[in-house]
Design a protein around this ligand. Structure first.
Ligand SMILES: Nc1ncnc2c1ncn2[C@@H]1O[C@H](COP(=O)(O)OP(=O)(O)O)[C@@H](O)[C@H]1O
Ligand code: SF4
Ligand SMILES: [Mg+2]
Length: 338
């Protein structure tokens, strides 16, 4: 596969890759709340993803992105976590009403997930072939021979050279980038309609990162698969995503199509995040960081959770929670960027 250029072009957003679909969303999250014990972790999250669309979910570490993603397929640790409120519809079915066997059938088959490598390390004692075949045999009525052929085909599709040989290899015999390609092959084994990619390239170097993102982008264009891409890298989002949701303190604070959000952020947190993108700054200059840290759940301040760090905070921000506007460019800010 050719070496691709770095993906950082945050202030030249491209037009949305897929025109907004007039059809109903493939995934629709409504008023999702996730608690750990009595502590709210994720609050009032609403998010739609249409077929063929790539939606970016961004925000600093600890903002609730992974918990939101894991809640979609109910992979949160229950207990201590639980979903006291909210509805998650996938292709018209309410996932929150499904029992564990029904959810298991949906995971992998309809909705696949890939994670940052440390969380997803492949099983070291089985070959790559064993692990792809296991997924295929679990969800597809295939002979072992057909599963082998399909596994090799999948490895070729994700750009692994000599797929037949690679099937006999163990995870430690592959590079980090190749292991992530294998994870994508496993995720794609059953042709999922939604891929949830949680920081899929964070552990990889920038060149391999670009190759993996190009691969995911190609796959969704070819198959119409929807993608939820979770990342803290706004450069990546500006290059690949049609739409962006920004999360802070367990809530979505801004959501718009990528071009609009990058050209004209409204929420002060988004504005601050955009200022931290490397290529938005003079080369060699020290990157501006957002002062302070993300509050831990249970220690979120009243009003807007960002107020202790916000240079534009006004009195109302400290006392009253701002609600999201109900339009194409949603934002929840008392003193938005004009
Ligand atoms: N099992 C758990 N029990 C209690 N708190 C948790 C658990 N998992 C995550 N959290 C907390 O939930 C918050 C959001 O976490 P997470 O969704 O992983 O953030 P992000 O993916 O945006 O970095 C963090 O403060 C984290 O400490
Ligand atoms: S609501 Fe207030 S504190 Fe929060 S981001 Fe907007 S201006 Fe800042
Ligand atoms: Mg995370």
């Amino acid at each position: 596969m050719p070496v691709l250029p770095l993906p950082h072009v945050p202030f030249e957003p491209i037009a949305p890759l897929t025109p907004p679909s007039p059809t109903s969303p493939l995934l629709s999250i409504r008023d999702l709340h996730v608690h750990a014990g009595a502590t709210p972790i994720v609050e009032a999250v609403c998010l739609d993803i249409h077929a063929g669309e790539m939606v970016g979910l961004v925000g600093e570490s600890g903002s609730g992105k992974s918990v939101t993603a894991l809640s979609i397929v109910r992979l949160i640790p229950e207990p201590p976590m639980r979903i006291p409120q909210g509805r998650i519809d996938f292709d018209g079915r309410d996932l929150s009403a499904l029992d564990e066997p029904a959810l298991r059938a949906i995971r992998g088959e309809d909705i696949a997930m890939i994670f940052q490598e440390p969380m997803t390390s492949l099983n070291p004692v089985f070959t790559i072939g064993d692990q792809i075949r296991e997924m295929l045999l679990l969800h597809r009525d295939l002979s072992v021979k057909a599963a082998n052929a399909r596994a090799a085909e999948l490895l070729a599709r994700v750009g692994i050279p000599s797929p037949e040989t690679a099937l006999m290899r163990y995870p430690h015999q592959l590079s980090g980038g190749q292991r992530q390609r294998v994870m994508i092959a496993i995720a794609l084994a059953c042709e999922p309609r939604l891929l949830i990619a949680d920081e899929p390239t964070t552990a990889l170097d920038v060149t391999v990162q670009a190759q993996i993102l190009e691969l995911i982008d190609d796959l969704r264009r070819e198959s119409g698969m929807a993608v939820l891409l979770i990342t803290h890298d706004l450069g990546v989002v500006s290059q690949y995503c049609d739409r962006v949701a920004v999360m802070y303190g367990g809530r979505i604070v801004e959501q718009a199509d990528a071009g609009t959000l990058f050209a004209h952020p409204r929420h002060r947190y988004t504005e601050a995040l955009l200022k931290t993108i490397p290529s938005a700054n003079t080369p060699g200059a020290r990157l501006p960081a957002i002062g302070g840290t993300v509050p831990a759940p249970g220690r979120r301040p009243p009003g807007c959770a960002f107020h202790p760090r916000c240079e534009a905070a006004i009195d109302v921000c400290r006392s009253t929670l701002p609600v999201l506007t109900d339009d194409d460019h949603q934002h929840a800010c008392w003193n938005p960027v004009p």
